[in-house]
Design a protein around this ligand. Structure first.
Ligand code: N01
Length: 490
C-alpha cells in the first residue's frame, strides 16, 4: 500500500481517546504535519471531565487500551478514572503529542474550499487555520443533558451534573437527590450513600444490571500474569472474544439474550431482599434495549436505610427539594443530575460546511449518518472518529476507534487531493445499517440515548465488532472517489 504523503496537513479536533489515537498513529507513521485542537486545557476527553466518586470503566483496561500501547497489570483489572486519564497522559508524552496540541482551542467552524481542496477551521479566538484534512474526534458522550424541571430556578441548594462534579461541595451529612439510574448513577450511588445523610434516587426507568468481575485479579491469576507475561495479551484477546461472542447476540435477541436477562434478574434477587424495592428496580423492557449497567455495588446501596428509591415522576423543584407527581416532597440540599448526554446532536455546536457551502447539520436534519460512521458524501477530506452508529455497549470502544483510525489512514494514502465517499456507497451502507438496526432490541419499547426523539437509532453499532473490523479493513477506494492535487502549503 502507498505511503501517506508527508506534506498532507491534518487538523484533529479533540484530544480524547479518539483524537490521541489518530495523532499517535500519524506519529508512528512519521507524519508530523498535524495539529490537535482541544477546547479544554488538558487531554483526556470524558476521562478528564468525569470525576464523580466511583467513576471508572466497566470494560477491563487490558482491553480498554490501545493495541499499540497496551495496559499491563498483574493485579488491577479495572483501574479508576484517574488511572485511565494518567494512561492517556502517558501516551501523549510517549508519542510527543503535546508539541502538536493546542489547548483552550475550541473549533467553532470548518469550511471546505473546493477550488483549493482545503479546509479552513476557525477557533474560538477567531483565528483561521488551513488544512488538507479534518478529523473530528469529539466523541458522543461529552455534552451533559440538563433536564429543566418546573421551578428549577427556585431551588436553593447546589446542583451539578455527573460530568461536571463539584468537588467543592461536601456531601457529608446532607440530603442528596440523584436524578437518573444509568451507568454513571450506578457507579456513584454507593459512594454518595456512604457520606450523605439521605439519598433519594429518582428513577424514571430501571436499568438492567449484570454482575461485574472483581476489580482486582485473584492470587492465582496474579501469579500466572507475573510468571508468564504473555498471558496478559491473551487475557485481552479472550476478553474481546468473550464480549463479542456473548454480548453481541443480546442486542439481537440471539442465543445469549435470555441467559443474560436471567443472570441480571438473579443478580437483583441476590442483592436486594426487599420485594417492593426489587419490583421497582425490575425493568419491563427487553435487556439490551438501553446500555446494560455492569456493576456489583449499585443494588446493595438500596438496602441501606439512608437510600430511597423514588419512582414517581418529578413534578417540580422547590426551594428545598423535589416534589413528585404524587405530591410528596423529597428534601434535598444537593441535586446530582445523572441524566446523561446530548448524544444524538453530533458535532454540535461546531458548524461544518462542505462542498458548495452545504451545512452538515442541515444534511443531518432528520438524523446523523455517515459511511461506516466515518465520512459523509459532500464533505471531502473530512472524517470522524466515533461518528454516527459507531459506539458500543457490548465491547471496547477503543477497538472501534482503532478500526476508524486505520480506515482514515488508508483514505489519507489517496491524498494529496480530494477524497470523498461516493453517494452510492453511502446508500448501500445505509440500507445494510437499517436492516441490521431493525434486527436489534433498540426499538423494542424503550427510550435511550441510542436514538433521537423520533426514533432514529444514531449512536450504537448494531453488529459484532469483528464485522466492523472486516468492513474497515476493506480498501477505501471501492467506496471513495479520489482526485489528486497538490497539498496545502502550511
Ligand atoms: O447516562 P444515561 P449515564 N427526568 O443516559 C435519566 C457511558 N458510561 O451518564 O432511562 C428523569 O445512561 C434517564 O432515565 P430514562 C455508558 O455508555 C460508561 O449514566 O431515560 N430522569 C437515565 O436513567 C452510558 O450508557 C461508563 O428513563 C431522567 C439517566 O437519567 C453512558 O455513558 C460509566 C431525565 C441517564 O442515563 C451514559 O451514562 C458511565 C429526566 N428529565 C457512563 N433525563 C463505563 O463504565 C434523563 N433521565 C464505561
Amino acid at each position: 500500500m502507498s505511503k501517506i504523503n508527508s506534506g498532507v496537513s491534518v487538523a484533529i479536533i479533540g484530544a480524547g481517546f479518539g483524537g490521541l489515537c489518530m495523532a499517535a498513529e500519524l506519529k508512528r507513521m512519521g507524519i508530523e504535519s498535524f495539529v490537535i485542537f482541544e477546547k479544554a486545557d488538558e487531554v483526556g476527553g470524558i476521562w478528564r471531565d468525569n470525576t464523580y466518586p466511583g467513576c471508572g470503566c466497566d470494560v477491563p483496561s487490558h482491553l480498554y487500551s490501545y493495541s499499540f500501547e497496551r495496559y499491563r497489570s498483574a493485579t488491577v483489572r479495572y483501574p479508576g478514572q484517574q488511572d485511565i486519564l494518567d494512561y492517556l497522559r502517558r501516551v501523549t508524552e510517549k508519542y510527543d503529542l503535546r508539541r502538536h496540541l493546542k489547548t483552550g482551542a475550541e473549533v467553532v467552524s470548518a469550511d471546505y474550499d473546493e477550488m483549493s481542496a482545503h479546509w479552513t477551521i476557525v477557533t474560538g479566538d477567531g483565528l483561521e487555520h488551513v488544512f488538507d484534512v479534518v478529523v473530528s474526534a469529539v466523541g458522543q458522550l461529552h455534552r451533559p443533558k440538563f433536564p429543566k424541571f418546573a421551578g428549577w430556578e427556585n431551588f436553593h441548594g447546589e446542583v451539578f451534573h455527573t460530568a461536571e462534579w463539584d468537588h467543592g461541595v461536601d456531601l457529608t451529612g446532607r440530603d442528596v437527590a440523584v436524578v437518573g439510574t444509568g451507568s454513571s448513577a450506578a457507579q456513584l450511588l454507593p459512594h454518595v450513600a456512604e457520606r450523605a445523610r439521605r439519598v433519594s434516587v429518582f428513577q424514571r426507568t430501571p436499568s438492567w444490571v449484570i454482575p461485574k468481575p472483581k476489580a482486582e485479579f485473584g492470587r492465582v491469576t496474579r501469579w500466572a500474569f507475573d510468571r508468564f507475561p504473555a498471558l496478559q495479551p491473551a487475557y485481552r484477546a479472550a476478553t474481546y472474544l468473550a464480549a463479542d461472542t456473548l454480548l453481541t447476540p443480546v442486542i439481537r435477541r440471539g442465543w445469549t439474550f435470555q441467559p443474560t436477562a436471567w443472570a441480571a434478574r438473579r443478580h437483583l434477587r441476590r442483592q436486594v431482599p426487599d420485594r417492593v424495592v426489587r419490583a421497582n428496580l425490575t425493568p419491563d423492557y427487553p435487556i439490551g434495549c438501553k446500555r446494560i449497567v455492569i456493576d456489583n455495588s449499585y443494588y446493595p446501596a438500596f438496602n441501606r436505610e439512608n437510600v430511597h428509591l423514588v419512582t414517581e415522576g418529578i413534578a417540580r423543584l422547590t426551594p428545598s427539594g423535589i416534589k413528585t407527581e404524587d405530591g410528596t416532597h423529597h428534601p434535598a440540599d444537593v441535586i446530582v443530575y445523572a441524566t446523561g448526554f446530548r448524544t444524538t446532536e453530533f458535532l454540535v455546536p461546531m458548524t461544518v460546511r462542505g462542498r458548495g457551502g452545504k451545512n452538515l447539520h442541515e444534511q443531518w436534519a432528520t438524523a446523523a449518518e455517515a459511511y461506516l460512521g466515518i465520512a459523509v458524501p459532500g464533505f471531502p477530506n473530512f472524517f470522524m472518529v466515533h461518528g454516527p452508529n459507531t459506539i458500543l455497549g457490548h465491547n471496547s470502544n477503543i477497538f472501534m476507534i482503532e478500526c476508524q483510525v486505520h480506515y482514515i489512514l488508508n483514505c489519507l494514502r489517496m491524498l494529496p487531493g480530494e477524497v470523498e465517499v461516493r453517494t452510492e456507497a453511502m446508500d448501500s451502507y445505509r440500507s445494510w445499517l437499517n436492516t441490521a438496526i431493525s434486527r436489534t432490541v433498540w426499538q423494542a419499547g424503550c427510550d435511550s440515548w441510542y436514538k433521537t426523539e423520533s426514533g432514529h437509532v444514531t449512536n450504537p453499532w448494531p453488529a459484532s465488532t469483528r464485522k466492523y473490523r472486516k468492513m474497515t479493513r476493506r480498501d477505501p477506494s471501492s467506496a471513495f472517489s479520489a482526485t489528486r492535487r497538490q497539498p496545502v502549503a502550511t
